[in-house]
Design a protein around this ligand. Structure first.
Ligand SMILES: [Zn+2]
Length: 296
């Protein structure tokens, strides 16, 4: 009996040691806040429930609305000739997005174009179902086509109706979005930009694509990230948005929405905050990797 307890204790200790060895470094500090790879992932994804729970749908600015979950962004861009959906998220979330669109008083069937941020399941797994429900044209950045084709929920082929390239535009009902290739997180990670009108003024809106580096940083990946950081920093920006709400602090901003009050999503001062965090983390990870490679 006693030896069994001892054996159990050893197993538990071994498990703890393995868990502790899971790398959660480097740790970086940006504007007084400490980040690690694990804390960034936790912040982005939340709990499994957060990923599928409807966040109150709301107008962000002009003709742009939030229709995603607590931790996975989905944006609806409304035009007189039909609507554009950016990011379907997980397939199981499509009914949640459908409900958010309806709660705002729009029709899901009016979605004419489906865009994506990047070829990961948490952002584009639902594309086939959205296409099935709306008949929307699905547009994809060329470099993300191969990874998109690997996203096949329930064996469904990933729909791609039109392939675009860096700098291409998508126009519907007087709204034009520009696709900027900001590769690194995925090969075709796309930052979308547009202007939105509010109170007689025009604002530059940036739908950032994740700049989170992961795994081994090959020279090709390092080049991609270096280019992407530069591209993103050069963008005119008044309204920073992201593929996860935490990237633009939606939970802090949303309660500040007041009829007639200043729009909390207009936040030019923080346009580069997420890029600062991701680039600082990237440089620290690269340093660590180079140090590790030097050690014989
Ligand atoms: Zn991703």
């Amino acid at each position: 009996m006693r030896s069994n307890f001892l054996a159990l204790g050893v197993v538990a200790l071994a498990a703890t040691a393995i868990y502790a060895q899971q790398p959660d470094h480097p740790s970086v500090t940006v504007r007084g806040q400490v980040y690690t790879p694990r804390s960034i992932l936790a912040r982005n994804m939340g709990t499994e429930q957060d990923q599928t729970t409807q966040f109150p749908p709301h107008k962000i600015i002009g003709n742009i609305y939030y229709v995603g979950t607590k931790t996975l962004s989905s944006f609806l861009i409304v035009t007189p000739q039909g609507n554009i959906l950016l990011d379907s998220t997980y397939e199981r979330n499509v009914p949640v997005i459908q409900k958010s669109v309806a709660d705002l008083g729009f029709k899901f069937a009016d979605i004419k174009i489906l865009l994506g941020n990047h070829a990961h399941g948490d952002h584009q797994e639902g594309d086939a179902l959205v296409k099935q429900l709306t008949g929307a044209q699905v547009i994809a950045m060329a470099e993300d086509v191969p990874p998109l084709q690997n996203i096949k929920p329930g064996g469904k082929e990933h729909p791609i109706d039109k392939v675009i390239h860096d700098g291409d535009t998508v126009t519907l009902g007087g709204t034009t979005l520009v696709a900027h290739l900001t590769a690194g997180h995925t090969p075709g990670c796309t930052t979308w930009t547009m202007t939105a009108q509010e109170g007689g003024k025009s604002y530059n809106v940036v739908f950032h694509c994740s700049l989170r580096a992961q795994g081994n940083l090959t020279p090709a990946l390092v080049d991609q990230f270096n280019r992407s950081f530069k591209v993103v920093r050069a963008m005119p920006c008044d309204v920073p948005l992201g593929d996860h709400p935490a990237q633009y602090r939606m939970l802090e901003k949303h309660p500040m929405l007041r009829p007639g009050g200043p729009n909390p999503f207009i936040d030019a001062a923080n346009c580069n905050l997420e890029t600062d965090i991701m680039e600082t983390m990237f440089r620290a990870a690269l340093d660590e990797q180079q140090q590790a490679n030097k050690t014989p």
